[in-house]
Structure formats: C-alpha cells, structure tokens
Design a protein around this ligand. Sequence first.
Ligand SMILES: [Zn+2]
Length: 754
Amino acid sequence: MKRQTNRTIAISLGLGVCLGLCLSLYLPVSRRRLDPQPVISLRIEDRNGVLLREVLSDEGGRCRWISLRDISPLLLKATIAAEDRYYFSHPGVNPYAVVRAFIQNLKSRRVVSGASTITQQVIRNIYHFRRNIPAKVEEAWLAVRLEHTLTKDEILVQYLNRVSYGNQAFGVEAAARLYFDKPSEDLSLAEAAFLAALPRSPSELNPYRNYAAAAKRQKDVLRRMLDLKFIDQASFERARAEALSLSSIKEKFRAPHFCDYVLENLPAEARRRIAVIRTTLDYGLQEKAEVLLRAHLGVLELKNITNGAVLVLDNRTAEILAMVGSRDFFDEERSGQVNGALSLRQPGSTLKPLTYALALERGMTAATILDDVPTPFATRAGSYMPENYDEKFHGRIRLRSALASSYNVPAVEVLQTLGPDLLYRRLRDLGFANLRGSPGFYGVGLTLGNGEVTLLELVRAYAALARGGIACRERSVLAVIHKGRGKSGAFQESGAERIFSPQAAFIITHILADKDARIPTFGYLSPLNFPFPAAAKTGTSKDFRDNWTVGYTPRHTAGVWVGNFDGMPMQNVSGVSGAGPIFRDIMLLLAAGRSDAFEEPRDIVHARICPLSGELPSPRCPSTIDEVFIRGSEPLARCSLIHAPDQKPPSFLVRGLRPVPNELTIVVPQEGDVYKIDSILRRDFQAIQLKADVPLDTGIRAVEWWINGRSVGAREFPHALSWNLKPGSYTIQARARTDSRKFESRPVRITVLS
Ligand SMILES: [Zn+2]
C-alpha cells in the first residue's frame, strides 16, 4: 500500500515537472531585452575638420533600427538561404540539427557544431552565452520561448538589426553603409547575398582581409537561393556576374588607433550626448607618419622587426598631432590593432637624460668627470656589472660624453649616488604611471630601463625637457559639440607642473643636441644629426626586444618605437639603425627645413674648460672646450692634471656633487623590503649585498654591519657585506667611527619569507 503511494507521488511529480517545463516554453521573453538600443552616432574629426571616423554603432547599439517595411526582400531571402532554410517551419530550434549536433558534441566532447537557427542566434546576441552544453540547452529553451513571444517576421527584424557583420558593424544597416556606402534597402541581389554571407563567420570572412573567402560564400548563398527557388536562373546569373565595389575601409577608419584612444577616454554616457569631437590630430601629418613608418618597416623586416609606433606632440599646447599605433591596424596576423604607442615596454637608455637632469640639480655639471670602468653594483639579484653597448669601458669621461654616448656604468654610478628613490619619485611626477614596483624593486637598474613604460609616457617626459622642465598632461580633444544644443565646449584641462629646473633641462637639451658628443658611439654620419637644433636620445632594451628614439625641437616632441608585438627579439639593431631613421624623417617633416634654437634660461654660464679634468684650463692642458653650467656650479680651480701619457686614472670621483652626504646611509636593502627564499636555488647562493653610502672626507675606513642588535662584520671600502638570507624580520644598521666621531645609519627593517 505504502509502496503504491510512493509510486503515485513519484509519477505525479514527474508529470508535474514535465508539464511545468512544457508550460515554461510559453513564457514570453523579456520585452525590455528586445527593445532597440539607443542610436549612437558620433563624428570624430581632426583639428581641421577632416572626418576621421563616424561611429554609427557599437556593440549593443545600432546604426539605425530598421523595421520590416524598410528591409529589402532580397536581403530577407538571402539571409534565410544563408543561415536557416527551414526558418518558417521550425519552432525555434531545428530538431534534426539538434540531434546531429548532439551526437557530434558527444563524439568530440566539446561544442563543435553551430547548427543554430536564426532564432537561436538572436537569443545568443541578447544573452551572450558561453559555449558549453548547458548554455546550449538554455539557448534552445529561450529560442522556443522567443517563438511564442514574437512572430517569425519580428524575429527576423531582431536578427537583422543585431547580428555582427564584422568590422564593428552591428546590424544590417550599419553593414550596408560600411561595406557599400548605401542604405540596406538599396542593396542589389549580389550585395544582399554578400552581406547575408558574413554573419556565419565575420572574422574569417572579413572582406577587407579575405575577400576571396567572402566572395566564395556569396556565390554559395546565391546558389542556395536558386535551389530554394527564391530567385530565377536569370537573376542568379546576373548576380553572379555583378562586380561588387567594396568601399575603402581605410577612409572610414582614419588614424584608427588615435580614434580608439579618444573613444576610450570618453565616458560611455558622454558618447551618446556628443555629436562631434574635434580632436587635436593633424591628419595631414598623421598620413605622412603612417607612410614613413610603413616604408621604413619594409626595410627593417630584414632585421626581424615587424612593427612600430610613432607619436608627435606640440610642445606649446601638449596636443597630440600624430599617433600611429602599428604598421597596419587591419593586419590581424601581426596584432595590428594593438596600439604600440600605449603598450608597456622596457625603455632601454631613454630614461638616462632624466637621471642626469637630477644630477645637475644636485650639483653635478656637464663637466663632472665620471669613471667608465668595470664596476660591480649590488642589487637584489646579486652583484651586477653593467656593460656598454660597444662592450668597452672608456675610463674618465665627462658627464656630457657619458650621456651623449649613452655609457651605462656612469649612469648607474650617478643613480647610485643620487639614490634610485629620487629618480623613481621624479619619474612618477612626470607621469610614468606604470612603474608600480617599489624604488627598491627597480634599484639602480631603473636608469638602464628595467621598468616598463609606454611611448606616450616617454614622449610626455621629453616634452617636459623641451618646455624647460614643465610637464603637461597631453590633450587629444580640442572641442566637443553636443547633440541638439549645437553648443561646443572645451574639454580636458591639462595642468602644468614644474618637474626640473629650467637650467637643468636646458643643459640636458644642450647635451642631447650635441652632435660631437655622441660621435664616439654613433659616428659622424648619425641619423640623429639634423640641419637645425634638435635633441635626441636612443634606447634599446636589454633583451633586444624594443628599440626607441625620442627627441624634440623647441616646437615638437616626437617618439618612435620599433619591435615586435609578440616579443620576438630583433637582430643587429641599435638605436640608430632601428627607430633612428624613422625619427629622423619625422623630425625633418615637422621642421620643414628649419627650426629655432633652444631658448637659454637665465643663470646659465658659458666657460672654457680642460676637457680631461673638467676644470679651468692650465697652460699645460693640451686642448680646451666650451661648456655650459648652472650659475654657481662652474669650475673655479685650474686643471691640476699633469697630462702625462702614463698618468693613472684616479678612482671614482663624485667631485662636484652637492650637498655632500654627511650621514651614513644604507643603500641596500631599503626600508620595508620583502625577500623570498627560493626553494630550489642553493641556500648559500641566496645572499644580498648590504651596501651603504659613506659620507665623504670624514676619514671613515670601515663600516660595521649590525643585524637585530648584533654585529655581523665590518668591511672596508666598498663597505659591502654579503649576508645570507634566512626567514625572519630584521632591523639592519650600519655603524662607523673615526678618531673623533661616531656614525650610525638609520635602521632599515626588512622581512625574509621562507
Ligand atoms: Zn687639463
């Protein structure tokens, strides 16, 4: 008896669920979801009113929601022939196709077969399902419900207004205007079949990349239309023979990376309110920059360089005049849509001028003698010995030559003296927002480019040097015109901020524009030599993946990056042979043959010096040169060198560095640093070099290192002590004493994780 009752309950429950499921198929689909989206139409123009792009639709929005009345019957037939020939007889899903797809999916254990009806495709467009089997089931369930919500004709209207035809064209009206420059109701049979063919696979059938594939599929669609008796033999023959004239996409996507950049910086709701954006771009210049980049990259292919980017700023207004993000925006194979001007890359030597600008502010001069000799630097990763691009060391050199020839040891030596923290903070002030590690994370390698930056950030920083030390946020928009009101408004205020003193910026410019100073590295016929005053700096990342040239005249700042989006290393490329010639052509174009001299700020002193000592010349000096100084830092002493051929170079000089540090300071590690023990590496290899800066002229010989209140050893110059890492928290202090004084550094607290 009881068993009987249980069975009855089970059967009733089962029947109930079945009935519920069947009834649920009659639930209408939410009407709100089926509503047309607000229309978006927005013109982006260059600074002179040249149309760069007309945004007719974007994902979710429509060009113009067209009703059944306005849709060409040819397009309806072509769409049914192409996508779903049983459309008018199935209940939303095609049972035969479902069974076939189900078997195929089971065999391959993944979703392989599309087999979607037009109704299912509408559902997919509204709900954005993932591709898995439960989602497929839900999609089919919703498709049947949609058939009970709308008529067959209404569902077709939904399909034709929503589906993607590739190249950002959503809906058939946007597609007709994009590909054929006409409203969809004027499409010929051949054109209608062509458009109806695309939604099956908008990227593989992209007519601008694979016209042959799209044309072949168009012929298939026409053949099906004939088979289904939608058209007669004569129409079929005529349409097959019709030559299609596809409109040129390049004219509709001018300056594509720049337009994307402008749109990305525009809040979504603003897009709907704005009718026209007048941008800062100079399309005449942009077009020439695109041609130049492509022409040079054609040659650079031999060096395994496939891509590049160019950026030009007007220094006075901080307006972006040109932005080329890749060789070809439409080249999908080489990720052409990636904007190389905004991608993160290692900057190589291009940050050195900023390091030296700081050094000038701190009392060094262009004549300060630096040592370019093999020097190990303690870093997080252990001792590190920078080398030069030419694999040589050059001994005693002036700061001017060290920067112009881009030698590495002096740049690191200078940053070691200044402290990486100072450069780090200045870079952040300049707008290098992607240096997200701590200053200790980058260490002295920051000046050699171990951080990541964008071309836009580099150009922004160099424009600050061109403006005599003042940084501005760059602008991409001149004005916007709102819909309806016809009122225009200015937009994007750019706050100006002084980052470097005008004198330090001027001297760095003077060095970067000095043709003679870079001869040792770049030779006499460098592409960086211009027939007018221009500052330039090159950079190549350590792994040969990125190559840069950035520079400026008083009027313009330009930057060029070349490399590969996929990170493949280049071959035999230096700053001069990669980005250099492109930079040169851009600068010649910008200056149109002439450019003004850089304006000299007040408090700059010109003096004649001995090039070997950087001091005032003595009668013994074999030659003299002119140098520029910030007033008060010019040399006062006469050259005391003997200038004998066998004279030994003195050890590293930081003469001229002011203020002289008068405290004992720990350089490595830095406060708050966290280390992690590597479980694979041998423990005795996992040590850090404790390093301290010792005040000059105090007579300190040895530095004693204390960890958690215990002395772990004393070291004479260079005062570094190797200390094996063990898990725990540590307070580290450096101490030293002379006959008359005691020195104690500030304690530095670090953590070592196991
Ligand atoms: Zn001398």
